[in-house]
Design a protein around this ligand. Structure first.
Ligand SMILES: *[C@@H]1O[C@H](CO)[C@@H](O)[C@H](O)[C@H]1NC(C)=O
Ligand SMILES: *[C@@H]1O[C@H](CO)[C@@H](O)[C@H](O)[C@H]1NC(C)=O
Ligand SMILES: *[C@@H]1O[C@H](CO)[C@@H](O)[C@H](O)[C@H]1NC(C)=O
Ligand SMILES: *[C@@H]1O[C@H](CO)[C@@H](O)[C@H](O)[C@H]1NC(C)=O
Ligand SMILES: *[C@@H]1O[C@H](CO)[C@@H](O)[C@H](O)[C@H]1NC(C)=O
Ligand SMILES: *[C@@H]1O[C@H](CO)[C@@H](O)[C@H](O)[C@H]1NC(C)=O
Ligand SMILES: *[C@@H]1O[C@H](CO)[C@@H](O)[C@H](O)[C@H]1NC(C)=O
Length: 530
């Protein structure tokens, strides 16, 4: 096992770079990190036993102690297995290396002798892609500027993280990825004090599928007490999780793709005999075989399913039924969230009949009203109007609905819309995102990490990034983005019945009201569970 360093060989400190080492205790033994530019980084610390061999499709188990050896937490570990990340995402969010042995976390801390707020980040990627090890999620600058402890981690994805084959003994029970997230949060509770963090001051934040994971932890009883407030970035609340029927159907597709159908009742042994790559490839192929004709289903081909326990409800059901534990919340979306998905799916103009077909497949019962609200374009290409529709329905208005639900119950919400496009060619081959505010853009500013991929921020963007880091980390200190160690230039009003929120933009962010009011009133009137 990679982390069992023998004490006989590992006690000599390396002195090659300007980096210094720092050693701290954990419940499993000591870990050695590096100090650089006033930030201590502990990379690739195992929080679970490697979920390989007989532990594939098992609940995550706490990792084995390595004491008295010192664990060398000086290098990022591979991401969880995934095929096709670079095809559908910009390079700086994808892991270069993957391995089934992927349950590691990374900690950045300004000092190990303090008791600072802790921010734990759940990465997105439709529950099938991305990794905490990717350049965009590197936390050095965030921690240096924000003066908090940051934890990022990998959780099992796709077929490894979410396969559900049934409820017989030996079956894959699904939702392993969500259990991994919870185990990482439990690790933080037990260990973060050794890294200068205060376990009673944990902010959970995440983007996209990571943001969608947060309501899951707000409804699951076993995730209670693991964090005290949340920041939800660009969560597609109305993309449904799988039902049991859909999850079972998806499993049969995967079993078929892996030639395990002939194994009959012995399908689990057959699946277990497959290599990591074969499984990742079957997972990738299953994307073209959605469990239903619903368009939304396509986005998260293999993710959480509603098991009534780890995932108690669909998010929309939980919002409507007030099933979310209410905690101070910062929440927001981007102005053109759906653009990358629409342009990725249609490489050429979307004709009127195609547009109507997509709307019908999305929400058959309200086709006429949708066409009225989002009239087809005169120039014969309906991709931009579909982008508006998708952005409003899946992100903006569902987010307004959740914000209003929290408001109704007296919970403080700070809501934002992010409306700034990269000044640099960060989207690479996804050129239709250039000059537009595509899904995920804010992450580069939150982590101040674009320079790791060779991109420079403009002066305005430096300011925007400072602003985001100040609000985000103030919130970790006080549950209010306006107060804490960082002076902010624009006061961010709490969300109210006029939908007061902050619009992040350059040259200057501003408070706005009634963002897309009519559109969101429309979606509220027909509902979000199409
Ligand atoms: C610790 O990790 C670093 C970086 O991977 C490596 O260069 C070094 O040799 C390791 N030290 C020990 C004692 O294993
Ligand atoms: C990943 O690979 C790409 C392309 O080879 C390279 O540009 C990038 O620096 C690599 N990223 C990391 C974190 O190693
Ligand atoms: C933290 O405290 C320990 C024990 O008091 C001390 O040895 C160490 O130098 C301190 N480290 C820093 C970075 O202040
Ligand atoms: C399944 O069978 C097909 C057809 O024989 C073959 O092309 C494919 O490689 C097999 N896949 C696996 C994972 O065994
Ligand atoms: C506040 O404004 C000043 C001057 O424009 C700028 O340098 C600084 O980065 C801003 N701070 C925040 C947190 O927005
Ligand atoms: C909402 O806006 C109306 C009209 O501008 C104003 O009268 C009302 O006080 C505002 N409500 C809140 C909660 O700010
Ligand atoms: C959210 O949307 C539902 C479904 O359309 C609607 O019934 C409900 O009133 C909305 N919730 C709030 C708090 O506005």
């Amino acid at each position: 096992m990679r982390f069992l360093f023998c004490c006989c060989v590992s006690f000599v400190l390396r002195t090659t770079t300007a980096d210094e080492y720092v050693v701290v205790q954990t419940t499993n033994g000591r870990v050695r990190g590096t100090v650089s530019d006033d930030v201590n980084a502990f990379l690739g610390v195992p929080y679970a036993k490697p979920p390989v061999d007989s532990l594939r499709w098992q609940r995550p188990q706490p990792s084995t102690p390595w004491s008295p050896a010192v664990y060398n937490a000086t290098a990022l570990q591979p991401g969880c297995p995934q095929h096709g990340c670079f095809d559908t995402n910009p390079a700086f969010v994808c892991p270069n290396k993957t391995s089934e042995d992927c349950l590691y976390l990374n900690i950045w801390t300004p000092s190990i002798n303090t008791s600072l707020p802790v921010m734990v980040y759940i990465h997105g990627g439709n529950f099938v892609h991305l990794s905490a090890s990717s350049p965009i999620f590197q936390g050095h600058d965030f921690v240096k500027k924000g003066k908090v402890v940051l934890v990022t981690f990998d959780y099992r994805l796709g077929v490894f993280g979410f396969l559900y084959t049934g409820s017989k003994p030996g079956d894959a029970e699904g939702n392993y990825g969500i259990r991994d997230q919870r185990l990482a949060l439990q690790w933080v509770q037990q260990n973060i004090k050794y890294f200068g963090g205060d376990p009673t001051m944990v902010t959970l934040f995440g983007q996209s599928a990571g943001g969608q994971s947060i309501p899951v932890h707000l409804m699951a009883k076993d995730s209670k007490d693991l964090f005290r407030n949340v920041i939800i970035e660009s969560a597609p609340f109305d993309i449904p999780f799988k039902t049991k029927t859909e999850a079972t159907y998806l499993a049969s597709t995967v079993i078929g793709l892996l030639n395990c159908t002939d194994a009959g009742d012995d399908y689990m042994s057959c699946l277990r005999s497959k290599s990591t790559d074969e499984l990742a490839e079957a997972q990738h192929d299953s994307r073209t075989k959605p469990t239903s004709l619903k368009v939304l289903d396509f986005f998260e081909p293999l993710g959480p399913f509603v098991d009534g326990d780890v995932v108690p409800f669909e998010i929309i059901t939980a919002i409507y039924g007030n099933k979310l534990r209410q905690v101070p919340t910062m929440i927001g979306t981007l102005s053109e969230e759906a653009r990358i998905f629409v342009y990725e799916a249609w490489g050429k103009p979307l004709t009127l009949p195609e547009y109507i077909a997509v709307l019908f497949a999305t929400y058959p019962s309200h086709l006429g009203e949708m066409l009225q609200q989002y009239p087809p374009s005169a120039d014969g290409d309906n991709r931009d109007i579909l982008t508006s529709l998708g952005t409003d329905f899946i992100f903006t208005c569902a987010t307004r609905n959740m914000s209003r639900n929290f408001l109704k119950h007296g919970q403080t919400v700070h809501r934002y819309v992010f409306n700034h496009a990269f000044s640099f060619p960060g989207w690479g081959k996804f050129s239709y995102c250039e000059g537009h505010v595509c899904h995920g853009e804010e992450i580069a500013y939150v982590f101040h990490s674009a320079d790791r991929s060779g991109f420079d921020f403009s002066a305005d963007e430096e300011r925007l990034s400072d602003e985001l880091i100040a609000y985000w980390t103030n919130f970790a200190y006080t549950s209010d983005p306006n107060s804490g160690p960082h002076k902010i230039n624009i006061s961010w009003p709490t969300y109210d019945s006029n939908s007061t929120m902050l619009q992040f933009q350059t040259p200057k962010s501003a408070s706005i009201q009634n963002y897309l009011k009519n559109k969101c009133d429309f979606w509220d009137s027909i509902g979000y569970s199409a």
